[in-house]
Design a protein around this ligand. Structure first.
Ligand code: NAD
Length: 453
């Protein structure tokens, strides 16, 4: 299932060193400045059509490479990408076109404008949990903004040839986006070859290393990092509906999403009935790797991630937590980890402090609005959260007080599903925004122009 290639290759199969790849991208950028946004949109529409027609075979490749379920591959990867690309095609011209802006009386008679110019070469470093969605969405956003792109996919899910086949549906786009395979060392060499901007999605630890290295060359970096997302449930909710939301939030993609629900905060009066219903719902889950028929919860993509999850569970057990699991026992060969609810947790447990990134959720009681805001905000992470209450005023008040990049109210993981919304974190979850208007502008430098007529 896992393929690793230390070689670096362009889409036509030519082997290039990371330095040569960057040079190639820079040259292509200089030669491709003549293409209009309209021509670029036409190219992206060709990519959309290719993915739409080939969605079944792409789903097969994704499930084989990652072990995720067909539903996860289709919904979160393929439909997610298509939504983003459609939105970008519909909005790129409006967002990226030069704009006339206000000129003050002190500059009477002059005309002020903002141009959104491409950076040049964008280096996109991608993680393994959404190998298609993340690479395609951001590479194509950067292309629409006029850049050339070098993608360095994760060495754990390289899926050699898939991105190149998709890009080949659009010749101009294919000439502007290269895929360079390799591990962290290859990424470091690409950074030393001085791209004009880096867009990184991955762990907080790696994000910090990239920031340090990029600072040597003064390369701007956007970092989309890890999370430990809370779901806050007040006592006035419809428990049955909220249980379904919690289960989806914790188990989709087998919990391997940066915005997975990892901490389920329940107001004390509903803690017991909620947990009872949650356990009943867990019993219904179908667990399987995506290539063995569809399921609710798929496999863990990498062995090392399965080990981290196991370590968190063992640490919690040793320190006195209660574990409720459904499905088969952990198997080293299949990497199917049983969905697990953890209760009676304490602050010193890894499962409370660190990103677990598996089909595991901790349920924790709380008493008051003030207490829950304090608890959530003391986390070093701040990616997204959800707040559940029939009292929308309270839910909005809490959502404003949370130190996170996004909040869904009375639903879960919704914000990243809307391509019109910016996506990104605060604190150890990173900075910069992908998607939405800000996401496209992130691939441009603004130039101020004043014309004295
Ligand atoms: P990772 O940080 O281990 O690897 C990500 C990428 O960085 C890979 O391509 C890897 O080869 C590269 N890399 C490794 N060492 C490097 C170095 N020293 N310099 C440059 N690049 C290097 O992350 P992962 O395990 O692949 O992905 C899981 C993590 O990604 C989780 O923490 C998850 O929360 C996070 N994530 C965040 C978002 C988001 O939008 N915030 C989305 C998806 C995943």
């Amino acid at each position: 299932m896992f393929q690793y290639s230390s070689s670096t290759m362009t889409q036509d199969g030519t082997s290039l060193s990371p330095e040569q790849a960057l040079q190639h991208a820079r040259l292509t950028f200089q030669n491709n400045q003549v293409y209009s946004i309209k021509q670029r949109i036409t190219e992206v529409k060709r990519v959309i059509e290719y993915i739409r027609i080939n969605r079944e075979s792409i789903t097969d490749e994704l499930t084989q490479a990652t072990g995720k379920t067909r539903t996860d591959a289709l919904v979160s990867e393929i439909l997610g990408v298509l939504d983003n690309l459609h939105w970008n095609c519909a909005n790129a011209k409006r967002i990226l076109t030069e704009k006339k802006v206000h000129t003050p009386i002190t500059l009477l008679g002059k005309s002020s404008r903002i141009r959104h110019e491409p950076f040049g070469v964008i280096l996109l470093i991608a993680p393994w949990n959404y190998p298609l969605h993340i690479s395609l969405t951001f590479a194509i956003g950067a292309f629409l903004a006029g850049n050339c792109v070098v993608i360095k996919p994760s060495e754990h899910t390289p899926m050699p040839g898939l991105l190149e086949r998709i890009f080949a549906a659009a010749p101009l786009l294919a000439s502007c986006i290269q895929v360079i395979y390799g591990d962290g060392k290859t990424a470091q060499q690409l950074i030393d070859a001085k791209p004009d901007k880096i867009f990184f999605t991955g762990s907080t630890v790696t994000g910090k290393k990239i920031l340090r290295q990029a600072s040597e060359h003064l390369i701007p970096v956007d970092v989309e990092l890890g999370g430990k997302d809370p779901m806050i449930v007040f006592e006035d909710v419809n428990i049955q509906r909220t249980v379904a939301g919690a289960l989806w939030g914790a188990m989709t993609n087998a919990g391997q999403s940066c915005t997975s629900v990892e901490l389920l905060y329940l107001q004390r009066s509903i803690f017991n009935p909620f947990i009872t219903q949650f356990k009943q719902a867990m019993e219904e889950l179908v667990i399987n790797t995506g290539d063995q028929g569809n399921a609710d919860v798929g496999a863990i993509t990498t062995n090392f991630q399965a080990e981290i999850i196991q370590e968190h569970l063992e640490d919690a057990k040793r320190k006195g937590a209660n574990l409720f699991s459904v499905g088969q026992a952990i198997s080293a060969t299949s990497r199917l980890i049983p969905p697990t609810l953890v209760t009676d947790v304490s602050e010193d447990m890894l499962i409370v402090q660190e990103e677990t990134f598996g089909p595991v959720v901790c349920a924790i009681p709380f008493d008051s609005e003030d207490e829950i805001i304090r608890l959530v905000n003391q986390s070093p992470y701040g990616l997204s959260a959800s707040v559940w209450s029939k009292d929308l005023k309270r839910a909005q008040r809490v959502s404003h007080a949370l130190q996170t990049g996004a909040v869904s109210i009375n639903n879960v993981m919704l914000t990243e599903g809307n391509p019109a919304l910016p996506f990104g974190g605060v604190k150890e979850s990173g900075f910069g925004r992908g998607k939405g208007e800000e996401g496209l502008l992130a691939f441009t430098r603004s130039k101020a122009i004043i014309i004295d007529k």
